[in-house]
Design a protein around this ligand. Structure first.
Ligand SMILES: [Zn+2]
Length: 323
């Protein structure tokens, strides 16, 4: 079986793994040379060398980045690591590593990891969601990323929160728009919402702990969050109808989301209501129970991004040549 190297180029760390099938054969991690494109290239090459010294040469290389490669120019776009923007990252790495390299958005890497050997293994259509400092998403169909001609498929974080109600005061997003899903569902958005209503700034984990202790304001913040996530994911279900939605990122550690959000989303999913009308009402439960969509927590947690980068080369037949 060919070895697959995955590199996750993050804003603070560059991490690399070698996957032998699903088994992690080696892993290395270094600080990101922030602000320095040339040093970033050098760091990735050094990581690949270090990984191949521990295993074997000739592995495929996939890179997850906080952005995307523009299909028209081949240059990096939409990256929050600004020093990558406008750089020919893929062609530079292919030249330096002397092999083809695949580059994808980090949310897409998360989705392919969970769809390949993670929480959504074996599912046909998967929507992978990262709810952390930002909100991103990726779509896989039969284990392949659907990236789209503009390379933005799955990027739901900067759509507006659907079905707004009186408690959804639109907030300014860094992208320049107002009321983006990210401003409500990211960790910082969750903290800001609690502060706006309860008047105290807490980290997301502190809010969850306070709710567990019986703090009424914290419990209300969590309920608002669950309703918003249910509405935001319902619009995804209405368009994509995925078999599984996998949550990753810091906010995915809130266990109650997996029970409470699916209870709420049936009210907003068109198919659930249609199903209800078609059946004998005495034999069925509330509309939410009719949906078969599963909401699950990532199996590989924080390592899904780097594992997914390795899975950008799913086929054994297209292994890269040895250096
Ligand atoms: Zn936005």
């Amino acid at each position: 079986m060919p070895l697959r190297i995955g590199i996750d180029l993050g804003g603070t760390k560059v991490e690399g793994v070698v996957l032998d099938g699903s088994r992690e054969a080696a892993r290395v991690r270094i600080d990101t040379p922030r602000g320095d494109y040339g040093a970033t290239l050098g760091a990735i090459v050094a990581l690949v060398d270090a990984l191949e010294q521990r295993t074997a040469t000739g592995a495929t290389v996939g890179i997850g980045i906080p952005g995307a490669i523009s299909p028209s120019t081949g240059l990096v776009k939409n990256a929050n690591s600004a020093w990558l923007i406008g750089q020919p990252l893929q062609t530079d790495l292919e030249r330096l590593l002397e092999r083809p390299v695949r580059v994808a958005n980090d949310a897409n890497c998360f989705a392919i990891s969970e769809a390949t050997d993670g929480a959504a293994e074996g599912s046909e259509v998967v929507f992978g969601v990262i709810v952390g400092t930002g909100v991103g998403g990726g779509i896989t169909v039969k284990g392949r990323i659907i990236s789209g001609p503009n390379r933005i498929a799955g990027e739901w974080g900067h759509n507006p929160l659907p079905w707004p109600d009186g408690e959804d005061d639109p907030r300014l997003c860094y992208c320049g728009k107002q009321g983006c899903i990210e401003t409500f569902l990211s960790g910082p958005g969750f903290s800001a919402d609690h502060e706006a209503v309860a008047g105290v700034r807490l980290e997301p984990t502190q809010i969850v702990e306070a709710a567990d202790r019986g703090d009424a304001a914290a419990a209300q913040t969590l309920r608002r969050y669950e309703r918003r996530m249910a509405r935001a994911l319902s619009s995804i279900i209405n368009i994509l109808d995925p078999d599984v939605i996998v949550l990753g990122g810091g906010m995915s550690n809130i266990d109650r989301l997996y029970t409470n959000v699916p209870r709420l989303w049936g009210r907003f999913v068109f198919a659930a209501e249609a199903d209800l009308q078609d059946r004998d009402e005495s034999r069925i439960g509330p509309p939410e129970s009719r949906l078969v969509t599963r909401l699950v927590s990532a199996r590989h947690g924080a390592t899904s991004g780097v594992r997914g980068a390795a899975w950008l080369w799913p086929d054994a037949a297209i292994a890269a040549p040895a250096r």
